[in-house]
Design a protein around this ligand. Structure first.
Ligand SMILES: C=C1C[C@]23C[C@H]1CC[C@H]2[C@@]12CCC[C@@](C)(C(=O)O1)[C@H]2[C@@H]3C(=O)O
Ligand SMILES: O=C(O)CCC(=O)C(=O)O
Ligand SMILES: [Fe+2]
Length: 337
């Protein structure tokens, strides 16, 4: 992918390369006031969490988790450091540009190459310590950025392990043997994580622009901290696009394609998009929980026993992401049995 220079700052009108033919204003979001028509907020410390999580993952593929144990101050510090990064001049950020097939560094979201128009966003991806890139951005002054990002990843990973257990238990799986959702190649093969900071600058013409095009995540699931600014919308077959209103301290949990596969189709991988606005610069932090790179992921045996047939053949995450980068909408079908 050729790296595109961002033209976010101080443009009075939206450049043509950012004008989408199908825009959020043509498939508008219903601002529903009925509680049943929005993804639920779940207290994951409460015993009722299991059934609420299951229902939400089946109906919506998304819920907001409260009482998850991560202090609000850590989210605020992460957002502060993200703003510090995105406010650097574009030329400087380009020194740490993500390679076309890579995951870490600065650039446009990977799915950009699947669309003819540009999205009104930029991002910065990390796997583990960001020190290599951060020391190029701030030769003298990267310690705090690295410290906050590393602590954030550590806490989010622990939370992901807790959440995956809640999700699997909610499907009636209790025994450790039943909940093995991957075949490890070796002992050190552990679940992986990917952290992405997203920036949606103030946009001169939000109705004709797109922050992040409709997509499902390729993860098992994704934890999203969206600060206090609206923008995330999820698609429901009955209702259409629905706002996921920020709730202070809550984390949005998006079911991804791989959890849809693991659950043998019971959990929905949620189609979502981001709309932009003309007053506030929105920052979000997305934490993708992923299988070990080379492990085969397949529908859980116990669920297949209930349902009789596996819906999908085993697939590695690597193979899945490669298939998906060719055609977003065909990846799941290509592994369907
Ligand atoms: C760990 C992941 C998950 C990836 C691929 C890989 C690295 C980058 C992630 C994202 C982040 C932004 C949305 C998305 C759709 C994108 O374009 O890049 C995601 C994609 C996916 O979920 O497919
Ligand atoms: O910014 C958001 O609210 C959503 C980000 C997202 O969907 C992603 O990074 O995959
Ligand atoms: Fe996403």
């Amino acid at each position: 992918m050729k790296f595109q220079t961002q033209t976010f700052n101080n443009v009075p009108t939206l450049p043509d390369s950012y004008v989408w033919s199908t825009t959020p204003s043509e498939s508008p979001c219903l601002h529903s006031i009925d509680e049943k028509q929005v993804p639920p907020v779940v207290d994951i410390g409460d015993p009722s969490a299991f059934s609420l999580v299951r229902d939400a993952c089946e109906k919506w593929g998304v819920f907001q988790a409260m009482n998850h144990g991560i202090p609000l101050s850590l989210f605020q510090e992460t957002e502060f450091e993200a703003r510090r990064l995105f406010s650097l001049p574009t030329e400087q950020k380009q020194h740490v540009a993500r390679l076309p097939e890579g995951f870490t560094g600065y650039g446009l979201v990977r799915i950009s190459r699947n669309f003819p128009k540009l999205m009104w966003s930029e991002c910065f991806g990390m796997i583990g310590s960001p020190v290599e890139h951060a020391s190029q951005l701030w030769p003298q002054d990267h310690a705090k950025f690295c410290e906050v990002m590393e602590q954030f990843q550590e806490e989010m990973k622990t939370l992901c392990e807790k959440l995956v257990a809640i999700m699997l238990c909610s499907l009636g799986l209790t025994n450790e043997q039943d909940t093995k959702w991957f075949e490890p190649k070796n002992e050190s093969d552990r679940a992986k994580c990917f952290l992405q900071l997203n920036s949606y600058p103030v946009c001169p013409d939000p109705d004709r622009a797109m922050g992040l095009a409709p997509h499902t995540d390729s993860s098992l699931f994704t934890l999203l901290y969206q600060g206090g600014i609206n923008g995330l919308q999820v698609y429901d077959d009955g209702v259409g696009w629905v706002d996921v209103q920020p709730v202070e301290g809550a984390l949005v949990v998006n079911v991804g394609d791989l959890m849809h596969i693991v659950s043998n189709g019971r959990f929905k991988s949620v189609l979502h998009r981001v709309v932009v606005n003309n007053t506030r610069h929105r920052i979000s932090t997305a934490f993708f929980y992923l299988p070990p790179w080379d492990a085969k992921v397949s529908p859980l045996k116990k669920l297949v026993e209930f349902d009789h047939l596996p819906m999908y053949r085993p697939v590695t995450w690597k193979e899945y992401v490669e298939t998906k980068s060719k055609d977003l909408s065909k990846a799941l079908d290509s592994i369907r049995i």
